[in-house]
Design a protein around this ligand. Structure first.
Ligand code: SF4
Ligand code: SF4
Length: 160
């Protein structure tokens, strides 16, 4: 596999585009996107999914996802120690992206936050639509995102 991210650890869209589900599915439902590209020994995502949508044969395999089973519940987002899973919903305009979040203060629903790229650059602002809490203190924050930036926004920063 071509591994351009090894230079700086950041995936670009040429890599991410190969991880996406077929367009028909992208246009029909929210889906988990696993931006997980290194064969590290890790598998909490497989155990987090109540629908057995994420699988791997060996712990150093890359996780495989069956999008037909995925409901977009975001449990895997909160379980992934690599903060490598996102829920993408391109069925609406604006679109929605759910990102893992481990900072304080926590944003509140309705609050405007900064939208960040994979490099941590501010690329816009968006409204928080949903906040899911987990026992392990990784939260899943859903934000409104312009449709054309849905594959660029991968983190948020509170403004307050
Ligand atoms: S979003 Fe929910 S249903 Fe989809 S893969 Fe993650 S845990 Fe499974
Ligand atoms: S939990 Fe995250 S980092 Fe670990 S295999 Fe799953 S997607 Fe990759």
């Amino acid at each position: 596999m071509n591994t351009p991210w090894r230079k700086d650890g950041i995936l670009d869209n040429s890599v991410v585009s190969k991880l996406l589900p077929p367009e028909e599915l992208r246009n029909s439902k929210a889906y988990a996107l696993l931006e997980c590209v290194e064969n590290i020994p890790c598998d909490p995502c497989t155990r987090a999914c109540p629908f057995k949508a994420i699988t791997m044969e060996h712990i150093t395999d890359l996780p495989q996802i069956n999008w037909d089973r995925c409901t977009g519940c975001a449990l895997c987002v909160m379980a992934c120690p690599g903060l490598a899973i996102f829920i993408i919903d391109e069925t609406t305009d604006p679109a929605k992206v759910t990102v893992p979040y481990e900072m304080l203060p926590l944003p509140e629903v309705g609050e405007e936050v900064k939208l960040l790229s994979r490099r941590g650059e501010v690329i816009g602002k968006g409204k928080v639509l949903k906040l899911k809490v987990s026992k392990n203190k990784t939260y899943a924050v859903t934000v409104e995102v312009p449709r054309e930036r849905v594959h660029d926004v991968r983190a948020i920063r509170c403004i307050k």
